[in-house]
Design a protein around this ligand. Structure first.
Ligand SMILES: C[S@@+](CC[C@H](N)C(=O)[O-])C[C@H]1O[C@@H](n2cnc3c(N)ncnc32)[C@H](O)[C@@H]1O
Length: 237
């Protein structure tokens, strides 16, 4: 845990109590010098630890997920017992811990069937999913460029963003309201990355109704063959 830096001077209230005292730079005293040094040292160690953890995180979680534990890994890590055998995670979600530990054998489960279909697609149909990811990323980036060009020419007015229509088209596929042009895995990934603020909301008819998030880019490169190979070692229940 990082401790707060020691105060290097007097507080305003201390100064007010003895107005005749000439202020001294207390950071020059040996004790405070030592405290400052140890604070800087522990701060640097924290930074190094964080970077090392990021480096070893070979397969990053693929989706953003409410309640995801990625940021908590440095705190959770020390409580993980040494284990051999099968890793079982019943409430998988974004799988932050799973992707951090990369266990050789695993059983994962989640009640969210669309989420499970996404992992199944990465696991079993990576090559065709990659083609779809490349295609939608290209469309998204192209549409965004058109939008930005239009915006430069018409800074005062609201201009068309074709990605908005693209999002609603795919959201209709997600809700089974229109014929699916893409796999379930692609549709889930696209919605997860482009919906507004990672929000989850359904209307009374049970349709997912979160609006378009207006993100400037869609980065699909985070879905890798390495994820597919890792997931090939797990059972989805
Ligand atoms: C907070 S998320 C887990 C986040 C995950 N630890 C991570 O780091 O991304 C909780 C998950 O539990 C799932 N869940 C809730 N009730 C469940 C149930 N009865 N059976 C299986 N999964 C359930 C939800 O769908 C959700 O994906």
């Amino acid at each position: 845990m990082r401790s707060k830096p020691p105060k290097a001077g007097r507080s305003e209230s201390e100064a007010a109590q003895s107005p005749t005292d000439k202020p001294r730079d207390l950071s020059e005293t040996p004790y405070l010098k030592f405290q400052l040094l140890s604070y800087n040292f522990s701060h640097t160690i924290c930074k190094i630890k964080k970077n090392v953890i990021c480096c070893f995180y070979m397969c990053k979680p693929l989706i953003k997920y409410r309640g995801g534990k990625s940021r908590e890994i440095p705190h959770i890590e020390k409580h993980i017992p040494k284990f051999s055998g099968r890793y079982i995670e019943p409430f998988f979600g974004g799988g932050a811990l799973y992707f951090y530990l990369e266990p050789k054998q695993a059983i994962i489960n989640d009640i969210n069937s669309k989420l499970m279909k996404f992992y199944d697609g990465v696991k079993n149909n990576y090559d065709s999913l990659r083609l779809e990811l490349d295609e939608v990323e290209e469309i998204y980036e192209h549409n965004r460029k058109d939008f930005e060009d239009l915006k430069i020419k018409n800074p005062e007015i609201r201009v068309e963003d074709k990605n908005e229509n693209f999002y609603y088209l795919i959201r209709n596929m997600y809700n089974n309201l229109t014929e699916k042009k893409y796999s379930d895995a692609l549709i889930y990934f696209f919605i997860n990355k482009t919906m507004y603020s990672g929000m989850i909301r359904y209307n009374a008819k049970g349709e997912f109704n979160v609006p378009y998030g207006r993100y400037p880019h869609l980065n699909t490169s985070i879905v890798t063959k390495a994820h597919s190979e890792l997931l090939s070692q797990f059972e989805i229940r």
